[in-house]
Design a protein around this ligand. Sequence first.
Ligand code: 13P
Ligand code: SF4
Length: 314
Amino acid sequence: PAVLDDVSAEILDLKKQLGATILAHYYQDGDIQALADITGDSLKLAREATKVDSPVIVFCGVLFMAETAKMLNPTKTVLLPDLQAGCSLVDACPADKLAHYQDFLRANDRKFQTVCYINSSAKVKALSDWVVTSGNAVEVVRDKVPAGYEVLFVPDKHLGRYVGEVTGRDMILWDGSCMVHEIFSLTDLLKQQKEHPGAVTIAHPECPKNILDHADFVGGTEVMIRHVGTFQEPTTFLVATEPNMMWQLEQRYPRHTYLGVPGITCSCNACPHMARNTLEKIRDCMRNRAPEITWQPEFDKAREVLTRSLLNPP
Ligand code: 13P
Ligand code: SF4
């Protein structure tokens, strides 16, 4: 629509005025991904943020992602269109509860390291030995946690279970989950698989075991894109992740057909946090240079953990 075109044009104009780079996660609306300079999964966006040479980063994603970009780029201005864009995983793991549980494990002479999913607060990152994303969790747990140590994995119990299954490591799981991936309907997936016998099911490791057990391929969003790209013949994919991901897949590989797996309570599992960002809010945050991510005391320690985990790959 014309009104959105005007907003997009204004954003591109403001981008020049501010010297800004726009980063967008694959779970953002197609309109937003279309005007971003860089799209990516959490890992790619964190790494790309360190290569940006403009003074301002506009982060189209959720709070923990924008905080990560700030921690890795302390001197840059990082803008987030809506500070309320949170994450159910972050909410599931308050730092004081984690510290308490770590004390309990130590008091019981458990030998463990704490691995936190990047979908966590900066305080939780600061309490961790390693930070992982869905794109490198298996490698970090396998290659960086010393043998003989249990892995306290927070906050995503589904990703943690999956990483334990792949690496064979002893995991202590936190009871957190992603509100989007938690609710895919196995009944509907099985129905879709029956209706489309040649279809390939791809699922994000934030999904529960019952969905992953029926998937042909499990991987984070970047790995999913690479996998889909290996299919040369037109193929139908049943996609068990946030539906905006299908926009990105359609742009890259239009030869294929993508069908979203329905949720238990709704037919479309859009992430309500990601959906808080709109073109209008992106324009406004650039006009106002706010909301801005400001440096917090816990960022110092969290930055160390992030840097050794994400920027020095195993
Ligand atoms: P990735 O970006 O690692 O695929 O994770 C998906 C996600 O849920 C981000 O919030
Ligand atoms: Fe958090 Fe899930 Fe939304 Fe990602 S999709 S931001 S993990 S609630």
